[in-house]
Design a protein around this ligand. Structure first.
Ligand SMILES: [Zn+2]
Length: 291
């Protein structure tokens, strides 16, 4: 999975770090991130010294205090967010690319960094004002939290829990395709945890809503941060309980089908929890319910 590359090498606690010339800057414009694409299908993000030069040029926003927000460190390299709106880049070798397309490039670590930076940027941008009283917020001195100086409201980073569900029936796995545009390949069932329910209840509810099936014997597998959607995904295997007739929710899914273990239609791409769970089932290595 994507995050495995940086396992133990991501330092994501909040720090007061001053930008250094060689630190990386993630510049975001709408749903795109500024990158330089290499001939080898790699991605490179600009360094602080480059962005400082651009800020002195015509097209880019002016440099200002707090223009750069420290976000995290990977393999000892600091990543900052450019907190402006971005601008047309004076260096023509750089272009804004859709963040969702980053998974298809070779630079998997950069992809993970971008998704994580994206998640943080989205939260910072939507937390500039207090949702309770409307005052301008300030960053807390010690932790990653926005604070309202007027009413005392504390705003913590928002992470939405969601489940990925592999419904199995012996040697069969239930696979689906989403109805919404975007990712069009096979997937597993997925859904957000609602207020007031456990993650296990999310599994039961989502499976019933999307395909009309009952399940039992839930087995937790692994989790994955998925910053592009602000999620933490939790993967479960479970067994079909009773009838196997699918009643499709066509607003959510384009199709749902049973596929046999030896003939699964997609491969692991080393990126997503979904794909790893499909491969693991194909290899017969999924967590088993104790007999
Ligand atoms: Zn307030």
């Amino acid at each position: 999975m994507l995050q495995d590359l940086t396992y133990g090498r991501l330092e994501n606690e909040f720090r007061h770090e001053a930008p250094r010339p060689d630190d990386i800057v993630v510049c975001i414009l709408e749903n795109k991130i500024l990158v330089q694409k290499g001939a080898d299908n790699s991605l490179t993000m600009p360094r602080v010294q480059q962005v400082q030069q651009w800020a002195a040029s015509e097209n880019w926003e002016r440099w200002q205090e707090n223009a750069l927000q420290y976000s995290f460190r990977i393999h000892g390299v600091n990543y900052f967010l450019w907190m402006g709106n971005g601008g047309s880049c004076p260096d023509a070798s750089y272009a804004y690319e859709p963040a969702r397309a980053f998974r298809y490039y070779e630079s998997k670590e950069q992809c993970y960094a971008c998704m994580t930076a994206w998640h943080l940027y989205s939260w910072y941008r939507s937390s500039r004002f207090c949702g309770r009283c409307g005052s301008k917020t300030v960053h807390d001195a010690k932790e990653r939290m926005m604070r309202c100086p007027q009413c005392g409201n504390l705003i913590f980073p928002r992470i939405s829990p969601a489940v990925i569900v592999a419904v199995t029936d012996g040697d069969r796995l239930l696979m689906s395709k989403y109805a919404r545009p975007g990712y069009t390949n096979y997937a597993l069932l997925a859904g957000y945890t609602e207020i007031g329910e456990t993650v296990e209840q999310t599994v039961h509810r989502e499976v019933m809503e999307e395909v009309g099936l009952r399940v039992k014997n839930l087995r937790y597998y692994k989790s994955q941060p998925w910053g592009i959607d602000g999620n933490v995904l939790m993967g479960f295997y479970c067994d079909l309980d009773g009838e196997d007739t699918i009643r499709l929710d066509e607003t959510e899914l384009a199709l749902a089908q049973w596929h046999y273990r030896h003939a699964l239609p997609i491969q692991d791409d080393g990126i997503s929890l979904t794909r790893e769970m499909i491969r693991t089932f194909g290899e017969g290595k999924e967590p088993k319910h104790p007999a």
